[in-house]
Design a protein around this ligand. Structure first.
Ligand code: UDP
Length: 236
């Protein structure tokens, strides 16, 4: 049914807002939980990283006078809040999941290690990797690249609000067309914004392909897992 045995799913915090301007939209959260449930039923091992942009971003804090490191720590804690919310929604949908944290904070979640992550995934439990990389000046995209590489995922699935990578910003340029496939080098040469360069480069150097797709349309996650060509594949 699917070529993927183990994957890393990246969800943006901003998408979790739904139509709100802040926080967590319960219906969006439930939709994500339903889509993840379908994917688990396919037998795929799933690790998840969620952003925190719906609550706090270190960089925007810094422009308002926050210390950058403190702001980033607030951002990382925001990802923990989102991870706990997804953990609860998955439980409500009958899906087992475990929150691992990159910063030690038992009993909120267990402290991350590769061994714990693999053990969780191999037992059929969804692993939610929270607090990004645990370090300031990084993003959850980089956190996703790192965890995806560590758990030896077959690919990273980046769920966004657009359905893939375009030649230009589709919201600004009506002539923009979507790529079905694109190489890492093309992304660099054309200056396309898929993820930040640190995250993209980690994937390239460690041969982790990325599938960009619109997670906000119900059923899309299962479609990309089954290989349907509805997003953009970033390959070596
Ligand atoms: N963050 C960090 N280190 C990490 C991951 C995240 O400092 O390894 C902070 C950073 O301030 C970032 C915030 O957490 O702005 C939320 O993450 P991100 O902006 O990636 O969330 P998204 O855009 O996916 O909602």
């Amino acid at each position: 049914m699917t070529a993927y045995k183990r994957i890393l799913l990246k969800l943006s915090g901003e998408s979790l807002m739904g139509n709100q301007s802040y926080g967590i939209d319960q219906s969006r959260l439930n939709e994500y939980a339903e889509q993840i449930k379908e994917a688990v039923a396919l037998g795929v091992q799933i690790g998840i990283v969620i952003g925190g942009g719906n609550i706090f971003r270190g960089l925007s804090g810094a422009t308002q006078g926050f210390d950058r490191v403190k702001g980033d720590q607030m951002g990382m804690l925001a990802t923990v809040i989102n991870s706990l919310a997804l953990n609860s929604a998955l439980t409500a949908h009958g899906v087992k999941s475990k929150v691992l944290t990159a910063i030690r904070m038992e009993p909120v979640g267990e402290f991350y290690s590769k061994d714990k992550a693999i053990e969780t995934l191999e037992s059929g439990v969804v692993a939610i990797f929270s607090a990004g990389t645990g370090n300031p000046y990084f993003t959850t995209d980089t956190g996703s690249s790192l965890r995806g590489i560590e758990i030896e995922a077959d690919a990273m699935f980046k769920g966004t609000r657009v359905d893939g990578i375009y030649t230009a910003d589709p919201e600004k340029d009506p002539n923009a067309t979507k790529y079905d496939k694109i190489s890492f080098d093309q992304i660099y040469h054309q200056g396309l914004k898929v993820m930040d360069l640190t995250a993209t480069t980690m994937c390239k150097e460690n041969k982790l392909p990325i599938v960009v797709f619109n997670m906000d349309v119900k059923g899309n996650f299962i479609k990309v897992l089954k290989g349907e060509n509805i997003g953009t594949l970033v390959h070596l």
